[in-house]
Write a protein that binds this ligand. Structure first.
Ligand code: GDD
Ligand code: MN
Length: 361
């Protein structure tokens, strides 16, 4: 029976799979372990390579997810798939130093801890040959986690740790699941303070494949922070939609006042212009922020814009209709417009979540 399940999220890591397996055999020695790759249908055939490896070594298996992305949810699914009492989470790209795994496991067992973290920011640890820019980003990102993790945890953004599987199972339903930072998510979502220790290691250079760190990863980190700080009040996606809606309202009023007050255009025509411009701007801003993880590009962007116009056409009609009706009943022009906007925005949120982006969360 395996004591330690090494869970490795992969996306296009074909060249690193066999190397990592070899390094783990060497590092883990007499420990009883299994190795679980969780691959998000990598185009480079990572899953096939992992399965080929399972035919040679029964301790290896691969979970292949279709139409899904995300390091955190991959780690979660890998961890939930094992009966081993301990889970070691690490990257496939050999940047995490597998040789400290036995020390991490020993530390966890001998002090009865919940989690032992491979850390870049304690004695014996370093970021290796990172350039200043990446060091700065890492430091700022760590600081943003303040308050969500214990003050004496030095590397809350590490993706390298050994944890009691039961802790993951207990926390699984409360995890945010956004993006990359599963360790931070675990600390912030656990119902009790986790007992932890850190072991230093030097972050290695990636020699094969490419880092997936991009603007989407940054966006997901922001969503995770928002979710863990105020998620109990408002879902992050709804918050972003409302903020974008707010910018649309500002644009709407700008157009309305310019045309209606500045150029004496009729109220209804000024309303139509404001609505159409706000709708277009809202679509692109939502596509870049609220739905960045499901961002529409190419033809899907065109189709999305058309569907956005179509489903929001009804919202716009309601918006204009309600505003025009209120105005005709001698309500203040600004209040008339606001009434239309509230109804239109609610409709837009519900309808576009379903028809334009196909909300998954
Ligand atoms: N299944 C799956 N799905 N795996 C993914 C995905 C995904 O969407 N995105 C990335 N991975 C895998 C990569 O294949 C790799 O094995 C690991 O997750 C880390 O991805 P990298 O792209 O190499 O991340 P990094 O080097 O920038 O960041 C790493 O180091 C940070 C600092 O310690 C990660 O481990 C971070 O979690 C960590 O905070
Ligand atoms: Mn990496």
């Amino acid at each position: 029976m395996p004591e330690v399940a090494v869970v490795v999220p992969t996306f296009s890591e074909a060249e690193n799979i066999a190397k990592l397996h070899g390094l783990l055999i060497e590092a883990l020695g007499s420990e009883s372990w299994e190795l679980i790759f969780v691959d998000d249908d990598s185009p480079d055939g990572t899953a096939d390579i992992a399965r080929k490896l399972s035919l040679q070594d029964g301790r290896v298996r691969c979970i292949q997810r279709i139409g899904r992305r995300g390091l955190s949810t991959a780690v979660l699914e890998g961890a939930l798939s094992t009966a081993a009492p301990l889970v070691a989470v690490m990257d496939a790209d050999l940047q995490h130093d597998e040789s400290i795994l036995p020390a991490m496991v020993n530390e966890l067992r001998s002090h009865d801890l919940d989690v032992v973290i491979g850390s870049r920011y304690v004695a014996g640890g370093s970021t290796g040959d990172w350039e200043q820019g990446r060091k700065d980003i890492s430091r700022i990102a760590s600081r943003l986690a303040k308050g969500l993790v214990p003050a004496d945890l030095h590397d809350p953004l590490s993706g390298f740790f050994v944890i009691k599987t039961a802790v993951i199972r207990d926390t699984a339903r409360h995890l945010s699941g956004y993006g990359y930072k599963i360790l931070l998510d675990l600390f912030a979502s656990s119902g009790r303070p986790l007992r932890f220790a850190e072991v230093g290691f030097t972050f290695r250079r990636r020699t094969h494949g490419e880092s997936k760190l991009d603007s989407l990863v940054a966006w997901e980190y922001l969503m995770l922070l928002v979710d863990k700080r105020i998620g109990h009040i408002i879902a992050p996606r709804l918050l972003f939609f409302v903020l974008v809606g707010g910018s649309g309202v500002a644009l709407h009023y700008l157009v309305l006042t310019t045309l209606f007050l500045g150029f004496s255009v009729s109220f209804t025509v000024a309303e139509i212009a404001g609505t159409v411009l706000a709708m277009t701007s809202n679509f692109f801003l939502n596509n870049l922020t609220t739905y960045r993880d499901q961002r529409l590009v190419g033809w899907r962007l065109v189709r999305g814009l058309l569907s956005f116009y179509t489903v929001c056409g009804l919202g716009a009609l309601a918006n204009i209709g309600i505003a025009a009706y209120a105005f005709s009943r001698n309500l203040e022009w600004a209040i008339s417009a606001a009434a239309g906007i509230v109804v239109g925005t609610l409709w837009n949120y519900l309808a576009t979540a379903r028809y334009t982006w196909g909300s998954r969360k």
